[in-house]
Write a protein that binds this ligand. Structure first.
Ligand SMILES: NC(=O)c1ccc[n+]([C@@H]2O[C@H](COP(=O)([O-])OP(=O)(O)OC[C@H]3O[C@@H](n4cnc5c(N)ncnc54)[C@H](O)[C@@H]3O)[C@@H](O)[C@H]2O)c1
Length: 395
């Protein structure tokens, strides 16, 4: 009999590449059950995952004894309820990012993990992307000295299609795209800089997608909505019936170790790209592309005029699969953690801190840029997760 980890997947929408990465019968993990509200999605399950059952209510999946661990990939506003039920059911859980849409939701999930002692994992897959790991290795080796400032420009060319044609566009479901989309990058800023944001401010606006034609409520996303992209962006139509999140946002962060960072997001650029610059006391790095084979360049001599060739050029390592190989890598880490526990590259506390920074920045941009302090996490929870999710046993 195979000893594959038997996985239940809750939510099999666009993010189904996680389930695909988890379905490796005979090679460590297998999808045995899927819960999804949509009957059309459930109908695809037998062909996609041989032998898997498909159910409507995720609680039925949680009650199934032969599910060892679950992946939650439903819309962001549902994560708190589903993750807490999974933790209470004693099923190690992978929650897609963002962990929640508010600080309170994240803290409830972390507290429930502590109370139940069930393993919690948060899917910040960018920590498994080659470009991010390359930048982190450069910093860890000291090649640019001590990092002092991090600047991220995020060009979201497909933004009008991916984020303004469904639930993402409704702030009741996401809070805003500075939390929803940026949670990844804020987490990477924290990881590269070695600290957490304590104070934020931000400006932002809905500039292009506020006045375009919208669909009626309860109508499905249009056929081919991710195959045919309209250009220029103002030609886009069939938007979600609620559009009240910003399509441009710019945020500043001060971290607990003194690092100052900035993150900028635009949803109507022609090209998709994340551009990171990190400046340390002895150099700077910048990525040129973010896929396998692209470059991270380091300048660590000077001063000089601009030198496109830099001092050292690092290639982002080759990797196969979605998100530059990050999805297969992160699912591998989750399966190992669900079975054995131990240290992981992703971190539930860090996931909470990125949501907290994004949530407070969103509050700032909606009241004209007022700076806000990010509320700290309960020290008892910090200690629990720092210990690897192991509670001290009473003597
Ligand atoms: N890490 C990444 O790179 C990345 C990329 C895209 C999306 N995401 C995250 O993945 C999650 C899913 O996003 P998506 O784009 O696949 O959304 P989606 O809308 O395409 O799919 C969500 C699926 O969940 C189902 N669903 C909704 N509520 C449910 C419930 N209560 N019980 C069972 N099924 C339910 C829907 O029927 C749908 O099939 C979100 O949290 C999103 O932020 C992460």
């Amino acid at each position: 009999m195979s000893d594959d980890l038997r996985i239940g997947v809750i939510g099999l929408g666009l993010r189904k590449n996680l389930a695909t990465a988890a379905h490796r019968p005979g090679r460590g993990s297998v999808v045995v059950a899927v819960a999804d509200l949509d009957p059309a999605v459930r109908a695809t399950v037998p062909d996609a995952y041989e032998g898997a059952v498909a159910v409507e209510d995720y609680r039925t999946l949680l009650d199934t004894p032969d599910v060892d661990a679950v992946i939650v990939a439903t819309p962001d506003d549902t994560h708190e309820a589903i993750a807490c039920d999974a933790l209470r059911a004693g099923k190690p859980v992978y929650v897609e990012k963002p962990l929640g849409i508010s600080v309170e939701q994240c803290d409830t999930i972390l507290r429930t993990a502590h109370e139940t002692g069930t393993r919690l994992y948060v899917g910040h897959n960018m920590r498994h992307m080659g470009v991010v790991r390359t930048m982190r290795d450069i910093i860890a080796r000291g090649d640019i000295g001590e990092p002092k400032t991090v600047w991220v420009r995020h060009f979201v060319s497909y933004g009008g299609d991916y984020y303004f044609k469904d639930w993402h566009a409704d702030r009741r479901r996401t809070t805003g795209l500075l939390l929803q989309k940026a949670a990844h990058d804020i987490d990477v800023v924290h990881w590269l800089a070695g600290g957490y944001t304590t104070r934020v401010n931000a400006l932002g606006d809905l500039m292009v997608y506020g006045d375009l034609p919208r669909r009626e409520p309860d109508t499905p996303r249009p056929d081919g909505w991710l195959r045919e992209f309209d250009w220029p962006p103002a030609q886009r139509k069939d938007l979600h019936h609620v559009v009240d999140v910003e399509d441009v946002s710019v945020m500043n962060m001060r971290l607990d170790n003194g690092v100052i960072a900035a993150y900028q997001q635009c949803h109507f650029s022609p090209d998709y790209f994340r551009n990171y610059t990190v400046i340390g006391t002895e150099g700077r790095l910048e990525n040129f592309g973010d896929r396998p084979g692209d470059e991270v360049r380091v300048w660590n001599t000077g001063p000089s005029g601009y030198r496109a060739d830099a001092d050292v050029v690092h290639r982002v390592p080759d990797a196969a699969g979605s998100h530059g190989g990050a999805d297969a890598s992160i699912i591998g880490e989750f399966c190992r953690f669900a079975r054995d526990g131990g240290v992981t590259d992703t971190d539930p506390v860090a996931a909470r801190m990125s949501v907290a920074a994004g949530a407070l920045a969103t509050r700032s941009l909606r009241d004209g840029g007022t700076p806000y302090d990010v509320p700290p996490l309960d020290p008892e929870l910090v200690a629990y997760f720092a210990s690897g999710q192991v509670s001290p046993r009473p003597a």
